[in-house]
Design a protein around this ligand. Structure first.
Ligand code: ADP
Ligand code: MG
Length: 328
C-alpha cells in the first residue's frame, strides 16, 4: 500500500457540509453567512503526549478531542478538520483502528475530515479544526480569554484530576483498583470535549479557556489576558475529582496534598474554565442543563492581580503549583 491508497482507504469520505473535501490541492469550506471561522491546531507527539503502545482507536479520538476542546472554549460550532500525519510505517491494523476512533468522534460532532498531509517519519499527529462563530450586530460571539471582570464568578465544567491519576498509575507512582484505573484511563485517553457547553455559554460567559495544562495554569491565562486576579476555593475544586475516585484516593496512596495537586494542576482534563457575571448565575445553570454538562462555581475574579487559593477553612494556601510547560 502506498501513500495515496492509504489516504483513499482510511481518510477519504464523502462530505456533506464542506464544498470540497479530500482529493484536490485545497479543501473548500463555506461558512454560513454572518459567521466567522474559528481555527485551531494541536499536535500529538509519541513519547510526549502518548505512549507508543496506546490503543490506536483511543489515540484517534484524543487527537481530534483536544482540538474540538479548543473550539468549545471559543464557543464555536465544529465544521471541518485537516489531519497531518507522520507515520514510521504502514500498519493497516493500526490505521484502521486510528481512523475508526478519529472518525467516530468527528461524526458525533458533525466535523468533517476535508484534507491533510501524510509523510513517513516518527509518529506525529497534527490536526487543525475549523469552526463557526456567529457575528451579531457586527460583534463576534466568540468566547475569549480576555473578557473577565472583577466580581465575575469562576466556573469549571465536569471533574478534574482524573487524567493525572491515570497517568500516575501508568507511571507506577500510584496503584489503582482495576475498575478505578479503567475509568481514570478513559478520561486520560478518550476525553470528552465540552462542545455543547461552549456554544451554550455564548453571550453568557465573559471569558473561557479549555483546561489542558492544569486548572491553575490555564486560569492564569484568563487572568493575564483580562488583567485581573482571582480567588479560588480549592475545597470545591478537589471535590470535583470524579465521584468514583474520591473515596478511593487514600486507598490508592494519593494523600490530600496530591489530591489537590491533581485537581488544580493535573493537566489533560479538557474541561472548560470560564467566568460570568454574578447576574448570570441562572443563565449559566441553564446552559449547563441544556448541554447536559455539570458546572461548578469555584471562585471569583478580583481587581487585585495574582491568584489566591483558599483552603476549606478560608485560609490562604501558600504552596505554588506549576502547570505544564513543554520547555520548562
Ligand atoms: P499535495 O501534493 O497537494 O500536498 P497530497 O498528495 O499530500 O497533496 O494529498 C492529496 C490529497 O489527500 C489532498 O486533498 C490532501 O488534503 C489529502 N490528504 C493527504 N493526507 C491526508 C490525511 N492524512 N487525511 C486526510 N486527507 C489527506
Ligand atoms: Mg501534501
Amino acid at each position: 500500500m502506498g501513500e495515496f491508497d492509504l489516504i483513499a482507504r482510511y481518510f477519504t469520505r464523502p462530505t456533506a457540509q464542506a464544498v470540497l473535501g479530500v482529493g484536490d490541492d485545497c479543501a473548500l469550506l463555506q461558512p454560513a453567512p454572518g459567521t466567522q471561522l474559528a481555527i485551531s491546531s494541536d499536535m500529538l507527539v509519541e513519547g510526549r503526549h502518548f505512549f507508543a503502545d496506546v490503543d490506536p482507536a483511543a489515540l484517534g479520538h484524543k487527537a481530534l478531542a483536544v482540538n474540538l476542546s479548543d473550539l468549545a472554549a471559543c464557543g464555536a460550532k465544529p465544521l471541518a478538520f485537516t489531519l497531518a500525519l507522520s507515520l514510521p510505517r504502514i500498519d493497516e491494523a493500526w490505521l484502521a483502528a486510528f481512523s475508526k476512533g478519529l472518525l467516530a468522534l468527528a461524526d458525533a460532532h458533525g466535523c468533517e475530515l476535508v484534507g491533510g498531509d501524510t509523510t513517513k517519519g516518527p509518529l506525529n499527529i497534527c490536526i487543525t479544526v475549523f469552526g463557526e462563530v456567529p457575528v451579531t450586530g457586527g460583534k463576534s460571539q466568540a468566547l475569549l480569554r480576555s473578557g473577565a471582570q472583577a466580581g465575575d464568578d469562576i466556573y469549571v465544567s465536569g471533574t478534574l484530576g482524573d487524567a493525572r491519576l491515570a497517568l500516575e498509575a501508568l507511571r507506577g507512582t500510584v496503584t489503582l483498583p482495576p475498575g478505578m484505573l479503567s475509568q481514570a484511563r478513559q478520561r486520560l485517553e478518550q476525553p470528552t470535549p465540552r462542545v455543547a457547553l461552549g456554544q451554550a455559554l455564548r453571550g453568557i460567559a465573559s471569558a473561557a479557556i479549555d483546561v489542558s495544562d492544569g486548572l491553575l495554569g490555564d486560569l492564569r491565562h484568563i487572568l493575564s489576558a483580562s488583567k485581573t486576579g482571582a480567588t479560588l476555593e480549592t475545597a470545591v475544586a478537589t471535590n470535583l475529582v470524579a465521584s468514583y475516585a474520591r473515596p478511593d484516593w487514600a486507598a490508592a496512596g494519593v494523600d490530600a496534598e496530591k489530591q489537590l495537586e491533581f485537581a488544580l494542576a493535573g493537566g489533560d482534563d479538557y474541561e472548560l474554565a470560564f467566568t460570568a457575571p454574578a447576574s448570570a448565575r441562572d443563565a449559566v445553570q441553564a446552559a449547563a442543563r441544556q448541554s447536559q454538562t455539570p458546572v461548578s462555581r469555584i471562585g471569583r475574579i478580583d481587581a487585585e492581580p495574582g491568584l489566591r487559593l483558599l483552603d476549606a477553612g478560608g485560609a490562604l494556601i501558600e504552596r505554588r503549583y506549576a502547570s505544564f510547560d513543554h520547555f520548562a
